[in-house]
Design a protein around this ligand. Structure first.
Ligand code: TRP
Length: 328
């Protein structure tokens, strides 16, 4: 049997080219070598308040973008987390053996809660729900960005503690970080990873941005005080633009160097913008076709949920039995 992979994205904000190049394109490549479950984690999204109408739209939009990016629903399962109730159920069961101190120490919790007047209990439980997503399917590998390393460590701690208390039950999941080249930084501030929640229209290029918007954002991207590309001393902003170009075109390092060395920043930006526009165009066309047929999308989501539910149910039953909880 193939090893299992699970990953997830929150249906908040708009998926951007950092999500596309750092996550989705990797998932697409992995899907034929692994048994994959890709989740739209709506239960995670609501740990911070979401406008209900907008949330529902974002869930469908995110699912459609997974498919438009090349996730093949015949081989991979595209699951809206809340439609498989075992995610929430396993989360509760794991919560009861997770020390509060582990959760209070998580940097993402400290970060997010410091920005709010009051936080929901759900925000504290966020990493337990993520552990449940992963452990539910006994995933062997979890492709994530480096901001999720601590969550994966906690997942293994939770699994280990459960196994120690109740006997060998969970598989230890491995963190799978993307290749170096795929780390896309904010256009306005190349010291920060491109982020969905970052406000400011010059920060990220959405996967659904129109060509005119893409061009405008790239032309305004932060570079440095030099006039032209210098590979020995180029600033982070210029390197980021080159990374984006390379990721969309698949050019080799040599090709990139030969083409861009000494090029003035205005021309560099024009070239990068055209590569992004051309790279996103077929994807956007597929997205429009998928969104024009909601019956198809809903069918895919239902089939995926139906496909993974028996596995999820078996895990929850096993966990309950281990804990001495009655199962019917
Ligand atoms: N916390 C992840 C993020 O914000 C999203 C997520 C939820 C996830 N459950 C997951 C990622 C399970 C990988 C596996 O990016």
């Amino acid at each position: 049997m193939k090893p299992r992979v699970l990953s997830g994205i929150q249906p908040t904000g708009s998926l951007h080219i950092g999500n596309y190049l750092g996550a989705l394109t990797n998932w697409v490549k992995m899907q034929y070598d692994y048994e994959c479950v890709f989740c739209i984690v709506d239960l995670h999204a609501i740990t911070l308040y979401q406008d209900p109408k907008e949330l529902l739209q974002k869930i469908e939009q995110t699912a459609a973008l997974f498919l438009a990016a090349g996730i093949d629903p015949q081989v991979s399962s595209v699951v809206v987390q809340s439609t498989v109730k075992e995610h929430a159920e396993l989360c509760w069961l794991l919560t009861c053996s997770t020390p509060l101190g582990w959760l209070e120490r998580m940097t993402q919790f400290k970060d997010k809660s410091s920005k709010q007047d009051s936080v929901s209990d759900g925000l504290l439980q966020y990493p337990v729900l993520m552990a449940a997503d992963i452990l539910l399917y006994k995933a062997n590998a979890v492709p994530v960005g480096d901001d999720q390393i601590q969550h994966l460590e906690l997942t293994r701690d939770i699994a280990q503690r459960f196994n120690a208390l109740y006997g060998e039950t969970f598989v230890m999941p491995e963190t799978r970080l993307p290749t170096v080249g795929a780390r896309i930084m904010g256009l306005d501030d190349p010291s920060k990873k491109m982020s969905k929640s970052e406000a400011g229209s010059g920060h990220a290029i959405s996967m659904l941005d129109e060509p005119g918007v893409i061009r405008k954002k790239i032309m305004r991207a932060t570079t440095d005080s030099r006039p032209a590309v210098d590979f020995d001393s180029g600033g982070a902003g210029v390197l980021n633009l080159l990374t984006i170009h390379q990721a969309f075109t698949g050019w080799s390092d040599d090709q990139v160097k030969r083409h861009f060395a000494g090029m003035r920043y205005g021309d560099l930006k024009k070239t990068v913008a055209e590569a992004v526009v051309a790279g996103l165009e077929p994807l956007q066309e597929r997205y429009r076709r998928i969104m024009a047929d909601p019956g198809y999308l809903h069918g895919v989501l239902r089939e995926s949920a139906d496909r993974v539910r028996p596995f999820a149910d078996a895990t929850v039953r096993l966990v309950k039995q281990r804990m001495g909880i009655y199962t019917d």
